[in-house]
Every structure is written in structure tokens, then in C-alpha cells.
Design a protein around this ligand. Sequence first.
Ligand code: TXA
Ligand code: MG
Length: 340
Amino acid sequence: MPWMEADPLNALEIERAVAILRSGGLVAFPTETVYGLGARALDPMALARIFAAKGRPATHPLIAHVLGQKDARALTTEWSAATERLAAAFWPGPLTLVVPRGEQVPLALTGGGSSVGLRAPAHPMARALIQGLGEPIAAPSANRYQTLSPTTAAHVAASLGDRVDLILDGGPCSSGIESTVVDMTGNTPRILRSGALDFPTLAAVEPALVDASPVALALAPGAAHTAPGMDRRHYAPRTELVVAASREAAIAEARARIRDGQRVGLLLVEGADRAAIPENVRLRALTADPRAYAHDLFAALHDLDEGDADALDVILVEPVPAGPAWRAIADRLRRASELP
Ligand code: TXA
Ligand code: MG
């Protein structure tokens, strides 16, 4: 597929992408969270191409990307005071608000449900695309179903290849982890998916907010979803991923597996004593700051997941600290460790 090195203000590249979207095609584009796989949100045929390209079940709802509250209101029957407050505080940005579906919103977008997820992204290239099209853009993360999320254009190309008509390259995503999804359809707003905006940051604006994402995580295997489109296994590399009980346990397990002749990857939080780490391990050490860790997480997992003949047998992961600032990361690691 053609691959464009676009600078956000390059009108020609945006025009070309808009023309593809207008004719029902797929354009992958950068947002501040992860790369999105975009198509016209109000065109069921274009939406069908997203589901086909990702290999994603049609019951999993897609997020519609808009410029701001004005566009959002046109897609819903109810824009409450709380919704208005959250949008005013965090848009454009990594917050998806789930609101009642407006009549003109196709059921193909909502996975057949009566609500719709809306987000105004902050990335200038994403905004230029929505502006140029003059319509909302549906975009899930630009990766095959359940696999690692893409934070660079190269990740998109590796995962989707010719399944996408154009990839706009805006460099690495600044956040590196998906938007926080908040359900506004009930009596109290509830976080369905932890993400780039953490609970305390959102609760400072909306004190009634409930974090329902740990509930989704604690579900027994095979239990029903608490939110549509939230699988236990998600964000997963091809390689088996194991979150160890501690840093020491991760390193000890690495040593044991290497002794058994396995190829081992180790994902640590910076600060580990290098002398303790066995040789022959493929090591990534991420910064002990949750924002920096989130920024680099998917890129590190993509790296560790590379290779065919020399692919790793296992990726051992040091657990991240408890607490709200790490919750979205703990969620990604937990889901990535689920067996297929
Ligand atoms: O940061 C992001 O949100 C990225 C960028 C591209 O915007 N998009 C993204 O989309 O992560 P996706 O499809 O990979 O994940 C969106 C998730 C769905 O899996 C679902 O759990 C939730 O958002 N969602 C979307 N619409 C919903 C709805 N109407 N009700 C409940 N959950 C919804
Ligand atoms: Mg996704």
C-alpha cells in the first residue's frame, strides 16, 4: 500500500486521504493515543471494510471521531450536563464518551447497540482529516483483532499491510495507550476502559465518576463482558506473555527458561540491577514513570515480538506498581497475557 510521510499541514496528503475516505476506502492515521484505522462513520459499507480488515466481530462497537462538541451533539439524542463538562475539560484529547445513539448513526458503527462512542482527537493530522472530510470518522486501533496496538506507521504496515488503502505517517504517538472510555448513558458516569486519562484526573472534573474497569478485569474466564468489545485477551503479542509476581520472579524465571534452551524476552521497569539479569535475554527496560512507560510499552512489545526463526519463546514481564496512574498499563499487560 502507498505510505505517506505526511507533515500535519501538508494539504496535498490530507486531500488524498480525504478522497480515499470519501470513496469508502480505509486510511490509517495517527492520533495522540494510537494509530486509527479510519473510514466514513456514517457509511455502513465503509464500516464493513474496517471489520473485515481487522478481522473483528461486528458486535464490537467503533468510536466515531469528531472535531468537538458541536459535531458530537449531532450524533446523539442526549448531551447531559456531565457529558458537556467532561468534553469541555478533556476534548480534544484521549477521552471517549459513550452516549445514546442518534438516529443517523448506523447500527454497524455501534455493534448493534443503542449507544455510540464519541471522541475528539487532539492530533493535528487526525483533525485535518475530519475537517477535510466534513464528517465523523470511525476508527478502531489500526491492528488486527486482539493483537498489539500500533504506535507507529510501521506497526500499522506490519499488522494490516495491503488491507488499508493509505497510511499517514505522523511519527510515534505521544500517549502510546488508547483513550479512556466513559459510559455516560447511566445514572452515574462509569469508566469502561482505562486509558490515557487516569481516574483521578477525570474524577477531579466529574466527582460522581465510577471506575468500572477493574470489575471488567476481575471477571472469571468465559464470563460475560461488562462492556461490548472488551475481550479478556487483547493487545496481545504472538509470543506467549507472562506477567511475573515480582521483578525477582521474572528474572529467576528467565534464568530457568534459558537453562531449558528457550529464547527469552524480559520487560522490566528501569532500575533493575543489570548484574542480576542473565545474558542471552532480549531485554527492554521502561522508565518508572507511568506516562513514559505507556508511551514506550507497545513499541517495546512489538520489538520483542519480532522475528520468525529467531522468535522468542516467551516474554516475561515485571509487574507494574499498583495505583490509578498505572491502571491502564496493568490492564494492557493483563489482557496481553491471556491465552488465545
Ligand atoms: O484511543 C483510542 O480510543 C483509539 C484511537 C484510534 O482513537 N481507538 C480505539 O478503538 O482504541 P478500538 O475500537 O480499538 O477500541 C474502542 C473500544 C471498544 O473496544 C469498546 O470497548 C469501546 O471502545 N466502545 C466503543 N463504543 C462503545 C459503546 N457504544 N459502548 C461501549 N463501549 C464502546
Ligand atoms: Mg483496539
